[in-house]
Design a binder for this molecule. Sequence first.
Ligand code: SF4
Length: 104
Amino acid sequence: MDRLAKLLRLPEGRFLKDYTTTTEEEGLVLKRDETSGCVFLSGNVCTVYDTRPASCRDFPHTLRGSASLQAKMWDFKDRAVYCPIVYNTLEAWKVETDFSPAAR
Ligand code: SF4
C-alpha cells in the first residue's frame, strides 16, 4: 500500500478510499469488478507491475501456507478474471501440460 500510494503520489487515506476495498473473505484488497477486473488492470496489462502488491508478486503462492499447489487451484480461476498474470499463467500451464478438456 505504501509503495502504491507513493507511486500514485497520494496520501495513504486517499489511496485506501480510491483503490481498495474490504471483503469478508480476504480483508483489505485492491478494488476490482467483474467487467473491468483489478483497478490497476488496463486491457491485458498490469499498470503498476513493478510496484504490484506482494500477493501479486508471490503468485502462485507455492511457498506460502501448507497447502499444495493443486489444493490452491480452486482460487486461480476466480483471480484469472481480474488479473492477466494469473490468466496467462493458467494458459501457459495448459500448454506445458498438454491440457485438453477432453482428456480429463
Ligand atoms: S498484478 Fe494483477 S491483481 Fe495485482 S495489481 Fe496488477 S493487475 Fe492488479
